[in-house]
Design a protein around this ligand. Sequence first.
Ligand code: EPZ
Length: 430
Amino acid sequence: MDRFLIQGGVPLAGRVRVAGAKNAALPILAATLMAEGPCRLDGVPDLRDIRTMLDLLGLLGVRAERQGDGSLVTEVVDRTPCRAPYELVKTMRASICVLGPLLGARGRAEVSFPGGCQIGPRPVDLHLKGLAGLGATVRVEGGYIVAQAAARGPDREIYLGGPFGPTVTGTANVLCAAVLTPGTTVLQAAAMEPEVTDLARFLCAMGARIAGIGGPTLVVEGVTGLRGAAWRVIPDRIEAGTLLTAAVMTGGDVTVTGVDPQALTAPLDLLARMGVTVGRPAPDEVRVAATGRPHPADVVTLPYPGFPTDLQAQFMALLCVAAGNSFVTEKVYPERFIHVAELQRMGARIRKEGPTAMVEGVAELSGCPVMASDLRASAALVVAGLGARGETVVDRVYHIDRGYEAIEVKLRALGARIARENPVREGGGG
Ligand code: EPZ
């Protein structure tokens, strides 16, 4: 199992390019199931989660090949499989993204019910409610979600809001099924995350008819088929945000390139409130420069355009060394605080009460062995380690590899002292 060895305290400096967005690429790849010709996707990052999705698509009759230029070409070669098996779904929750495309394109979907997750309960009731709203028969049988499309029904309006706001992959699923459902579907309280917008635009490039893209109400006119399309996946705003927190944590001066600053409005506003100098040297670049300890700040995670839950842990790492007390409130996944205990091992002073953590800034964190758990919590430990005194060893970095493309290579190019090692391989044992 790989681990990272980090010698903290080196200010990061330079320019770094972000990859395409994992959470846009996953539903877009799933949507290629519905294409009647080849699709060519640029900007699909080379990540563990993406490879899992490609394995799943392979089982579902989609052939996918990386080209020499890095693009990914997909083509449906068998339209009969409808089953996403437990063995794959259990390794990646985002496998649920094939539910809507299968139902839309093949009239039937059998997708293993996703299990528990490190970041708290992650129900899929809204996905099922939305598909039922399209007229499908949906039931859970033998651990699988089994959905069967109906014959043509009346036009419909579906409300997708839940107790913690709209659902991102739920909106993606219902949208995908709706574009191939005859008649008009109005989706209310749709998620507005840039990744959902990117999917909707890709679907339109395939011939779908969707109005209201980017807003909370999507109006879909069903079409009878979708063609293949070429698409470039949007930049990964979460990778960008993670690299920016790493820069600030080390008192560095870093420019992230190939980004959409608009999609980063809330995190950039927070950085500015923390006393960081934030600039936009070019339309697709963000530069941060930090000196001294950041100011304390209060953070509340919310659905887009609010502050993203996927950056909560990384910003908490930063607030651990702020000159004062901060409150971090998690309103999307109220139990997403698995990083707290590891940050405390590094000397952070954090008190958690329900969905809120009170962070009392300390002058510095100190390096120690820590354990990666979920993707973003692990990224937060890397950020913390880069700023900490001494050596931090982050174990189980496969969690990070799920969502960041060679993050240690990018960080090293900025001057970080971070190395990947595999104790089992290098030790020659087990
Ligand atoms: C997506 O998960 C992302 N995953 C997550 O990123 C991200 O944290 C999350 O959206 C929120 O932004 C992908 O895009 C693959 P939700 P998703 O449905 O779609 C509740 C990462 O680190 N809810 O928008 O599964 C749910 O419990 C990952 O890259 C219901 O109640 O999240 C949560 O409180 C982790 N019923 C809230 O809604 C449902 O049927 C938002 O969840 C579905 C969700």
